[in-house]
Write a protein that binds this ligand. Structure first.
Ligand SMILES: NC(=[NH2+])NCCC[C@H](N)C(=O)O
Ligand SMILES: [Mn+2]
Ligand SMILES: [Mn+2]
Length: 315
């Protein structure tokens, strides 16, 4: 496999990627997702990206505070709210700082609550950026609609500024507009989330549309919706549970009927080809939830999705 020399519309040469390792699990209940970034780096992701011609910056994973339920009791249903807020705020600063320097931040999760931070950071530098959210879930619950209280099911509502205002999350600017957001891969949406998607006119391509139109057409329609002129920066937030559990088994909330290996990679390849990608998240790899071989497979797919989004081609 090789990489194509390609021009980025927004990143100066030499093209530089900064790996933002986020060993964080406070947005959900399962142990192990905090080891995702460590495994992705151990599997050789920095070297693989260098091989593709990127200048790679990585100086160790972030150190976050421990979960402390004593001093961080739930706010309503929200679990670990102060910790999730502080961690995401720190991540927003780091991601925003890289973006400001013309470097592409590649955030490795960790749970998807981190995207509150990564997307805030991107929008700070690129206010007109659009977001492509690839996931089995919409992660758009509010403090009112959430059943689980897990903040990894809620980051999008905070970015849009919908739902009750929680003072502890006051730093999150409602900087994302509903028409700048598009989903691909959805298949497990809570009733309250369906209502939010409808009421806000948010475009979503579920697995039904992937089946109906094929992934090529779906990505074309998705890009056409959020980036019709191809002049907006793109933040790609990829939850590995968008992939079918047979492809990415080791993740906290797997849902059957997901994207094939090729469909997942096609999305990344097509977004790379736009030349508009400015930030990438690879989230929810949890190396503790499967046997050795299934974990290896999930970590490997996390790495290969990142490579595809950063220019690896089949020919
Ligand atoms: N990032 C994820 N894997 N999110 C799963 C969310 C599941 C469910 N909708 C919830 O709010 O709890
Ligand atoms: Mn998900
Ligand atoms: Mn998610």
């Amino acid at each position: 496999m090789s990489s194509q020399p390609s021009i980025s519309r927004f990143l100066p040469e030499p093209k530089t990627v900064a790996i933002v390792g986020c060993p964080f699990r406070g947005g959900q209940a399962k142990l192990g997702v905090d080891h995702g970034p460590i495994r992705l780096v151990q599997a050789g992701l920095p070297e693989q990206l260098a091989e593709l011609g990127w200048k790679v910056q990585f100086d160790g994973h972030h150190q976050f505070e421990e979960i402390d339920t004593q001093n961080d009791p739930p706010i309503g249903k929200l679990k670990n709210p102060r910790l999730v807020s502080r961690v995401s705020q720190a991540v927003a600063q780091v991601v925003g700082g890289h973006a400001k320097k013309g470097v592409l931040p590649l955030t490795l999760g960790g749970d998807h609550s981190l995207a509150m931070g990564t997307i805030s950071g991107t929008l700070e530098q690129y206010p007109d950026a659009c977001v492509i959210w690839v996931d089995a879930h919409a992660d758009i619950n509010t403090a009112e609609t959430t059943d689980s209280g897990n903040l990894h099911g809620m980051p999008v509502s905070f970015l849009l500024g919908i739902g009750p205002k929680i003072p502890e999350f006051g730093w999150v600017k409602p900087a994302l507009r509903p028409e700048r957001l598009v989903y691909i891969g959805l298949r497990d949406i809570d009733a309250g989330e369906k209502r939010i998607l409808r009421e806000n006119g948010i475009r979503a391509f579920s697995m039904h549309e992937v089946d109906k139109y094929g992934i090529g057409k779906v990505v074309e329609m998705a890009l056409d919706h959020v980036n019709p002129k191809g002049d907006r920066p793109i933040h790609l937030s990829f939850d590995v549970d968008a992939l079918d559990p047979s492809v990415a088994p080791s993740t906290g909330t797997p849902v059957r009927g997901g994207l094939t290996f090729r469909e997942g990679h096609y999305i990344c390849e097509a977004i790379y080809e736009t030349g508009c990608l400015v930030a990438l998240d690879i989230m929810e790899v949890n190396p503790s939830l499967a046997d050795v071989e299934a974990v290896r497979q999930t970590v490997a797919v996390g790495c290969s999705l990142a490579r595809s989004a950063l220019g690896e081609t089949l020919l």
